[in-house]
Design a protein around this ligand. Structure first.
Ligand code: NAP
Length: 290
């Protein structure tokens, strides 16, 4: 089986290495000829331009930026033939899946989202979301899910819209909180000193802040501007922030304590495993330090 990876950015190269290690024949394509030359020399990847790569492949994996997605699909779509499968890895799903259906008239399409970054060393315990939209796509997704599960990935199948709604909370809100926190923390005079004396809670906060600030700006901007529920959720967050701030300004100890107790009882009902949060948090921090 031959896999064409379209886009030689961080995720494209990650998947190129992954599929090579899995024993597949892989060809990497980029608009950038110099980049292709370096890849051929340094990493010994087979390389080609977009159209050439697609023509000789059984599976095509689109790994380009979200804002370049439609123009790349328009370029390759006339070369897609029956029997080929075209998948994308965009972190949003409704828009790219619609674009693929609009332009790709031959071949099967499947929206996928690997919910992990290019720093991951394997797909073990990593989340994949597959978003089929027809019976044929569902059948393919079911087989692909089984294959990913043999590699110990956690795989979920849902509609593109449901994916994007969930990602508003899973990706959009933490990025927003991280960016705002980073912006706030860096304006404090003693940021590096606060890090030196940090306890666990603060380590979580500055890690989130720094990770968000160091992310690919184009990707974060695309997510902030496209995830459907995000503006509503971020507004709700800001309203809540003011509500809590007012209690602090009014020195209303009784309401703060009551509201915290209410949160705990809501958590007990909606998230019975909440007590493991501390355990998980310590394990994650320990793993990051090692
Ligand atoms: N990074 C993550 O954590 C992550 C996780 C899951 C999914 N994703 C998804 O993976 C995709 C790629 O992200 P990435 O992190 O790999 O970004 P990246 O490193 O910036 O790579 C982007 C790729 O898109 C290509 N590209 C950009 N504009 C183009 C254009 N106009 N025409 C043709 N190619 C163009 C770039 O080509 P050049 O090299 O020539 O510039 C590069 O190969 C995105 O859709 C993102 O949503 C990312």
């Amino acid at each position: 089986m031959r896999i064409a990876i379209i886009g030689a950015g961080k995720m494209g190269l990650w998947f190129a290495k992954f599929f090579l290690e899995e024993g597949y024949s892989v060809v990497v394509a980029s608009r950038n000829k110099e980049k292709l030359l370096k890849l051929r020399r340094k990493l010994a990847f087979e390389t080609a331009d977009f159209v050439e790569a697609v023509q000789n492949a059984d599976r095509v994996l689109i790994c380009v930026s979200i804002n370049a997605f439609e123009s790349v699909i328009k370029t390759i779509s006339p070369s897609i033939r029956e029997g080929q499968v075209v998948m994308d890895v965009c972190s949003i799903k409704d828009y790219p899946v619609k674009v693929m259906h609009k332009h790709i008239k031959n071949g099967l399409v499947l929206g996928t989202h690997p919910v992990f970054g290019p720093g991951s060393t394997s797909i073990e315990n990593k989340t994949f979301i597959l978003t089929p939209t027809s019976r044929q796509e569902e059948e393919f997704a079911e087989n692909f899910k089984k294959w990913l599960e043999t590699k110990k990935a956690r795989v979920f199948v849902m509609t593109p819209k449901k994916h994007d709604t969930l990602m508003s909370v899973v990706l959009g809100l933490p990025h927003f909180l991280g960016l705002v926190a980073c912006d706030t923390l860096l304006e404090q005079a003693d940021y590096s000193e606060t890090k030196r004396v940090a306890g666990t809670t603060y380590r979580i906060l500055f890690t989130l802040a720094e990770v968000a600030a160091l992310e690919n700006p184009e990707l974060l901007a695309s997510l902030q501007l496209s995830l459907p529920e995000l503006e509503r959720i971020e507004n709700a967050f800001i309203e809540k922030a003011y509500e809590w701030l007012n209690l602090i300004k009014q020195k209303d100890r009784a309401t703060i304590t009551r509201k915290m107790k209410q949160l705990k009882s809501k958590l007990m009902k909606t998230s019975p495993d909440y007590e493991h949060s501390y355990e998980i948090m310590y394990k994650m921090l320990e793993a990051a330090e090692n």
